[in-house]
Design a protein around this ligand. Structure first.
Ligand code: WTA
Length: 675
């Protein structure tokens, strides 16, 4: 990294772990696993590409079989399974009715422990999706290709609404419920959603949280941006009882649970969607301020979600599978809803926080529902371990398989997960992937590969990564040298493009390592993931973290630019710089430096305003750990803020040579301050 580089990135501050010893999957797991034959790597090797991915697509039911597995005539806009038609809702529900009609498709576990768990069978899910689809079509006038924004918490109505959209070919764009009304507005406007679907309230952290108010803010904000929302559908957390303080606006707001009653018993024929029609949008943070809508396909995405759920998650129809992520993130889309339901599994939707009312809650849920596959983030594992490291031992549940996702997991935390949570009976997969990739890219194949704590593992079958240096040269495979991880080939789960912005798609993911601009050969178009990584001699990848201006807080991606823009909304603030600080539980958290306008006194009140502005603009998850009010920022002579220096100070590291700064004296002052 050059001296003048103003960026300090997650990969630079990543902990340096030593290589760990292998841990072997339990034989009880291997005995029942779907994928135990190492010839899979032959079947999915480069010489079998792209036809190898037929195996994933064949897990689905197609109305019309495709004629071209991969169309790479317009790189990097690759198309999979061209000519094929299918419907995601049909694949996740209808086709299972013959065999699994009376089997639980979804469990809903409310956060309050005295509220009953609800089990919804495939038959009931089918009914509710159809009735909801009829309402969306006939009451809201939604049709194939329209977008609809969902801002829903973790309840059954969320997957039901998503699958109702999929049935109609309506593109859903679910915004994480913890995001603010303003963040929701930006996504409404960008996607052009005339309908917003929300819920009045939800239970989280021991409280009934009023959520409908955010919809009012979202609609108002969208209007200010020149975009009208026609209808707001409001599901009620307690049917028939409205739990929000905000009034319903006549002619605009409707109780979905009331309206849907008019469609009792209605059925809706699933639309025959083209494989490359859009199934959904999922907005994610990038290097610049505006979040990007990752646009996912119907055929490629669903094939990849199903294939990886089967071979990496090892989900069998008789399993009870619980992914503790929120459906508002890509993990929830692929591995709570689409993947597991495509395989006719039972998937658990838990409403609340992991430690409510205490850190034994996840293990009681696992015990009660007989969960045997468990999926969560390192942040949650750290938090549960910290609360009481012996607690899982008191509960009589048995996992066969556990997943970690979203951020690197420290070997010590991994070992607790393995020994105490998994009781050494459960295989662990550390899955590396992104919103943009639709499904896993690196992980061990649990029935074949040994595990290595702290390493995601080798690439998945059919994924061919390479690590490049800054100059674009490939770093020798297995050399243990860090660089930028890329995927050399297209794969079916990858997003089609950035919604409404093809250029940004190409610039963000392909411009950096594209070899020949007009090449029609996919080999010239490596996908740039934006993560630092290194590959050990055994082929296992260790992911070091983001190399761009993205902070990964508790496994959630936040753009530093978005956070800085929020700080600048506070009138007292002159300049703002956000850096990632290491955190024992969340991996990293934002630390905010602000310099105030001339004449403004640094007070706790101003600091609070900054913190509140971030919560209002983006959501409470983005709240900074500290807001440092400083007299000036360390700057280069050209006036760029040196975030690298700030990050070093926060980490208690030597910021190195600062003599070339325009104002080197400020560094000492800041060092004393953050100490
Ligand atoms: C990080 C979440 C280390 C990475 C599925 C990536 C990980 C970003 C891992 C994507 C892992 C995800 N080990 N880091 N197993 N999984 N990441 O889009 O920096 O919310 O680029 O998707 O999370 O976050 P996103």
């Amino acid at each position: 990294m050059s001296k003048d580089d103003s960026k300090i990135t997650e990969s630079v501050i990543a902990a340096h772990w030593k290589e760990e010893d292998y841990v072997h999957p339990p034989s009880s797991f291997i005995g029942q696993a779907y994928l135990t034959d190492p010839s899979v790597f032959e079947r999915f090797s480069e010489k079998e590409f792209p036809e190898c991915f037929r195996e994933y697509a064949d897990l689905l039911d197609w109305y019309k079989y495709w004629h071209t597995t991969l169309d790479s005539s317009k790189p990097p806009f690759f198309k999979w399974f061209v000519g094929g038609t299918l419907n995601a809702s049909y694949n996740c529900v209808d086709r299972h009715l013959a065999k699994h009609r009376n089997k639980t498709a979804l469990y809903f576990v409310p956060e309050p422990e005295d509220e009953e768990t609800i089990a919804l069978t495939y038959q009931q899910l089918y009914r509710r999706i159809n009735e909801t689809a009829a309402m969306l079509r006939d009451f809201c006038g939604l049709k194939r290709g329209d977008r609809v924004t969902l801002h829903m918490p973790m309840t059954l109505e969320l997957p039901i609404t998503m699958l109702a959209c999929a049935r109609l070919g309506v593109i859903h764009s679910q915004v994480f419920s913890g995001f603010s009304g303003k963040a929701c507005a930006d996504r409404i406007v960008d996607s052009g959603s005339r309908v917003l679907i929300t819920m009045d309230a939800y239970q989280r952290g021991g409280k009934l949280i009023d959520h409908k108010g955010k919809a009012d803010i979202a609609v108002k904000e969208a209007k200010e941006q020149g975009f009208d929302v026609d209808k707001v559908l409001v599901w009620r957390r307690y049917r028939g009882n409205y739990s929000s303080e905000t009034p319903m606006q006549k002619g605009r707001d409707f109780f979905a649970d009331e309206v849907v009653a008019d469609y009792h018993g209605h059925t809706v024929e699933p639309e025959h969607m083209e494989a490359n029609d859009t199934l959904f949008l999922m907005y994610t943070s990038g290097t610049t301020g505006k979040p990007k809508g990752a646009q996912h396909s119907t055929g490629g995405y669903l094939s990849y979600a199903a294939g990886t759920s089967k071979f990496i998650q090892d989900i069998h129809p008789e399993d009870v599978y619980w992914c503790m992520a929120d459906i508002g993130w890509i993990t929830g889309h692929s591995y709570i809803v689409y993947g597991p339901l495509a395989l006719a599994a039972t998937s658990v939707v838990y409403e609340g926080a992991p430690s409510v009312p205490d850190a034994g809650r996840p293990w009681r849920i696992a015990e009660e529902l007989d969960v045997n596959i468990f999926h969560t983030s390192p942040t949650a594992v750290r938090a549960l371990r910290r609360a009481d490291p012996d607690l899982p031992k008191k509960y009589n549940y048995h996992f066969k398989h556990m997943t970690t996702v979203g951020e690197p997991i420290e070997p010590e935390v991994w070992r607790w997960y393995w020994e105490v949570v998994g009781k050494k009976e459960a295989v662990i997969v550390d899955t590396w992937w992104q919103t943009e990739t639709g499904g896993f890219l690196c992980s061990t194949v649990p029935g074949i590969d040994p595990m290595k704590p702290g390493s995601a593992g080798p690439a998945l079958p059919g994924i061919y990564p390479a690590i490049y240096d800054e100059a674009g040269e490939e770093i020798r495979a297995g050399s243990g040298v860090a660089g930028n991880i890329c995927i050399r080939n297209p794969w079916p789960g990858r997003m089609l493009t950035v919604w409404g912005d093809d250029k940004r798609f190409v610039d963000t993911y392909y411009a950096r390592y594209n070899r020949k601009k007009n090449s029609k050969d996919w080999r010239d178009w490596p996908y740039f993931a934006g993560d630092g990584a290194m590959q050990a001699t055994d082929g296992y990848f260790r992911i070091l973290g983001r190399i761009d201006d993205v902070i990964n807080v508790a496994g959630h991606r936040l753009g530093t630019k978005e956070l800085e823009a929020a700080c600048l909304l506070v009138p007292e603030v002159g300049e703002a710089a956000v850096v990632a600080a290491a955190d024992k539980v969340k991996g990293s958290v934002p630390d905010v430096f602000v310099s105030l306008r001339p004449g403004i006194k640094p007070t706790d009140e101003v600091a609070k305003k900054v913190s509140d502005a971030i919560a209002d603009e983006i959501g409470a998850i983005a709240k900074p750990r500290r807001v440092w009010l400083v007299s000036d920022m360390p700057k280069t002579r050209s006036g760029k803020i040196m975030r690298r220096v700030l990050a070093s100070l926060v980490a208690g590291r030597d910021p190195g040579d600062v003599s070339t700064l325009a104002n080197p004296e400020i560094v000492e002052e800041l060092r004393k301050m953050v100490k």
